[in-house]
Design a protein around this ligand. Structure first.
Ligand SMILES: C[S@@+](CC[C@H](N)C(=O)[O-])C[C@H]1O[C@@H](n2cnc3c(N)ncnc32)[C@H](O)[C@@H]1O
Length: 242
């Protein structure tokens, strides 16, 4: 079904350690996560998420997964009584914060990008916002997304990306100096925010990530830059009739 094969083997010790570290990061920041997002992005992450939801165009009767959905803010924008909107995330503390907010018509499911407890071909649309770079095996996660999508189902991924050259120096200054300090003052978790900045820096740029999605077997892959390429939305479709 797909170009990339899943590396089914056991995780290496490094991968296990990375996964544990990521879990600790989100445990540490869960309570202050949304406040930090507002401060770090000056509220712009909300506009990016609204754009993601407009492109996802959720409809009546659909099953929609927000993978790595954390505290559920993207899911809440898509939720309505006539559809199933489910946050799928490995971090119980992040989902607890979201549950406590009482988002209406949002369901919560523990799972990772590499392994979602969902039947094959059961999902109409899968969104992921600022989550894919936390996944240890991105290729495996893309194959897993294809598995759960119905033929014709769509994948939409909002992620930080590589900004256009003229804005890069300002962006680097902001992300390498101000964000870790905000992380230390507001969330009392400087390490966590060093990790977040580092994971953004290491993530493939727009074109390289598009190529990865295509290699996994998605069709009609495209992307649109947001705020000079600071963030980007990639879209792909599971081949087959909708
Ligand atoms: C930066 S937060 C994004 C939360 C939310 N989507 C947002 O945009 O505000 C990243 C989320 O990815 C989750 N995560 C970490 N490892 C993951 C994995 N392997 N698969 C799926 N989600 C993962 C974390 O628990 C966390 O909730």
């Amino acid at each position: 079904m797909t170009g990339l094969s899943r590396s089914f083997g056991k995780q290496t010790v490094d991968e296990q350690e990375r996964e544990r570290r990521i879990r600790r990061v989100f445990e540490a920041v869960a309570a202050r996560y949304d406040l930090m997002n507002d401060l770090m992005s000056l509220g712009i992450h909300r506009l990016w998420k609204r754009k993601l939801v407009r492109l996802a165009a959720p409809r009546s009767g659909q099953t929609i997964i927000d993978l790595a959905g954390g505290t559920g803010d993207v899911a809440a924008l898509m939720a309505a009584p006539d559809r199933h909107v489910i946050v799928c995330d490995p971090s119980l503390p992040m989902m607890e914060v979201g549950r406590a907010r009482g988002h209406a018509h949002v369901q919560w499911l523990e799972g990772t990008g590499e392994q979602m407890p969902l039947p094959s071909a059961s999902v109409d649309t899968l969104t992921i916002a600022f989550g894919i770079r936390n996944v240890t095996r991105v290729e495996d996660a893309l194959v897993e997304v294809l598995r759960v999508l119905k033929p014709g189902g769509r994948f939409l991924c909002l992620e930080f990306s590589t900004p256009h050259a003229p804005v890069r120096p300002f962006y680097n200054l902001f992300s390498f100096t101000i964000i870790p300090r905000l992380g230390a003052w507001i969330a009392n978790a400087p390490e966590a925010y060093n990790y977040l900045v580092e994971s953004i820096r290491r993530f493939p740029d727009q074109r390289a990530f598009k190529a990865l999605i295509e290699q996994a077997g998605f069709a009609d892959v495209s992307y649109c830059n947001l705020s000079f390429g600071i963030a980007c939305i990639h879209i792909g479709r599971r081949p087959g009739p909708a």
